[in-house]
Write a protein that binds this ligand. Structure first.
Ligand code: ATP
Ligand code: MG
Ligand code: FE
Length: 333
C-alpha cells in the first residue's frame, strides 16, 4: 500500500510517501516570510503554501520512485490549524484523489504529532502518556492505541511554544524564537531570575501569567539599564526556559502518577528543547520512566507523521468523502 500524505496546517508545506508502513521520504518547505513579523501571518502562510505545494508533492513522488498510478490513497491534515493554510492542502488532496480515483484520508494534526513515535524504533507501548508541546498546543494525551486517544490535560490559554516565541519577541529575537532561547539558555544560569510557576488545578496548564511576568520584569529592568537585555540575555533565557520546563514537568509527573503509567512520550516542536530533554532524562532515572522523543525532523510539522496516521487509518478503511471541509479547531478523538 502506497500513500501520499500532505501537511499544510501552519507554516510548513510538506509531503511524504509511505509504503507498507515505511516512510520513504519527508519533503518540507519552511516559510521564512514570517520571521520579520514575530509570528505566522495567516494570509502570507496560505499564499506560500500555494507556491510550495506542487513542487513539494512533485519532489516526494519523484524521489519515492513510485509512479502516481501506484498510489492507493491520499492523506491530508484536516485540522487543527489556520483555515486558509488547511484549505490549500485539503483542496489539492481532494482534487488529486478525484483525478486518480483513489480514496481520501483525513488526519488530525495533533494525533499525527503523537503517531510520529511509530515512524522509528523504539516505539512506546500502549497505554502511554504523550506530552504534546508545540507552537499552538500544550496537551497531555492518554494514548490507548494508534487511533484511540484521550486528552487528559491542556492549556487554558497560550501554548508553551507560544510562550517561548513571545518571550523571544520581547527580547528582540526573530520568529520562531524557541530555538534561539534554547541556544542562549545553554550559556546562562537557570536560577539567575525567578518567574512564577503556574499552579493550575489537575492537569491544566496556563502560560499567560509567566508571559506577563516576563514583560514586567523586562520593563522594570530596562528603566534602569537600556542594555539590560543584551547584557543578560543568556541568564534571562536560561531562567525563562527553566520555568517553562518545570511547569511542564510538574504536570507530567502528576499525570504519570494519576494514571500509573511510566511509558512517557513527548511530541511537537518544543520537544527539540535541550533543557526539556535533559530534565526528562533525569525524571526517567528517578521515576523509572521509559521516555520517547522522535527524531527532530519528526517533531516539528512534517508530512511523515501524517503518512503514519494515514497508514493506520487505511488499514481500518477510515476514508472520507470529497465533501469534507478543513476544521480549524478539530479536536482529538
Ligand atoms: P501546532 O502543532 O500546535 O499546530 P506548530 O505546528 O506551529 O503548532 P510545531 O511546528 O510542532 O508547532 O513546533 C513549533 C514550535 O516549537 C515553535 O513555537 C518553536 O519556537 C518551538 N521550538 C522549536 N525548537 C525549539 C527549541 N529548541 N526550544 C524551544 N522551543 C522550540
Ligand atoms: Mg511550524
Ligand atoms: Fe504542529
Amino acid at each position: 500500500v502506497n500513500i501520499l500524505a500532505i501537511e499544510s496546517s501552519c507554516d510548513e508545506t510538506s509531503a511524504a510517501i509511505i509504503s507498507n508502513g515505511k516512510i520513504l521520504n519527508n519533503i518540507v518547505a519552511t516559510q521564512s516570510v514570517h520571521e520579520k513579523y514575530g509570528g505566522v501571518v495567516p494570509e502570507l502562510a496560505s499564499r506560500a503554501h500555494q507556491q510550495h505545494l506542487i513542487p513539494v508533492i512533485h519532489e516526494a513522488i519523484e524521489s519515492s520512485g513510485i509512479p502516481k498510478d501506484q498510489l492507493h490513497a491520499v492523506a491530508v491534515t484536516l485540522g487543527p490549524g489556520l483555515m486558509g493554510s488547511l484549505m490549500v492542502g485539503v483542496s489539492f488532496a481532494k482534487a488529486f484523489a478525484f483525478s486518480l480515483d483513489i480514496p481520501l484520508i483525513a488526519v488530525n494534526h495533533m494525533e499525527a504529532h503523537i503517531l510520529a513515535h511509530f515512524i522509528d524504533d523504539p516505539k512506546p507501548k500502549f497505554p502511554f502518556i504523550c506530552l504534546t508541546v508545540s507552537g499552538g498546543h500544550t496537551q497531555l494525551v492518554l494514548v490507548k492505541s494508534h487511533l484511540d486517544m484521550e486528552v487528559i490535560g491542556e492549556t487554558l490559554d497560550d501554548a508553551v511554544g507560544e510562550a517561548f516565541d513571545k518571550t523571544a519577541k520581547l527580547l528582540g529575537l526573530p520568529y520562531p524564537g524557541g530555538p534561539l532561547i534554547d541556544k542562549h539558555a545553554k550559556q546562562g544560569n537557570p536560577k539567575a531570575y525567578q518567574f512564577p510557576i503556574s499552579d493550575m488545578p489537575g492537569l491544566t496548564f496556563s502560560f499567560s501569567g509567566i508571559k506577563t511576568a516576563i514583560l514586567y520584569f523586562l520593563r522594570d529592568n530596562l528603566k534602569h539599564d537600556d542594555d539590560f537585555i543584551s547584557k543578560h540575555i543568556d541568564d534571562i533565557c536560561a531562567s525563562v526556559q527553566y520555568t517553562l520546563i518545570q511547569t511542564l514537568m510538574q504536570k507530567l509527573k502528576k499525570a504519570s502518577k494519576t494514571y500509573g503509567i511510566k511509558e512517557i512520550a513527548v511530541a511537537g516542536g518544543v520537544s527539540a528543547n535541550s533543557g526539556l530533554r535533559s530534565e526528562l532524562e533525569l525524571l526517567a532515572k528517578k521515576h523509572h520512566w521509559n521516555v520517547y522523543i522522535p527524531k527532530f525532523e519528526y517533531c516539528t510539522d512534517n508530512a511523515a507523521m501524517i503518512a503514519m496516521a494515514a497508514h493506520y487509518k487505511f488499514a481500518k478503511g477510515a476514508f472520507v468523502g470529497l465533501d469534507i471541509s478543513p476544521e480549524a479547531r478539530m479536536k482529538i478523538g
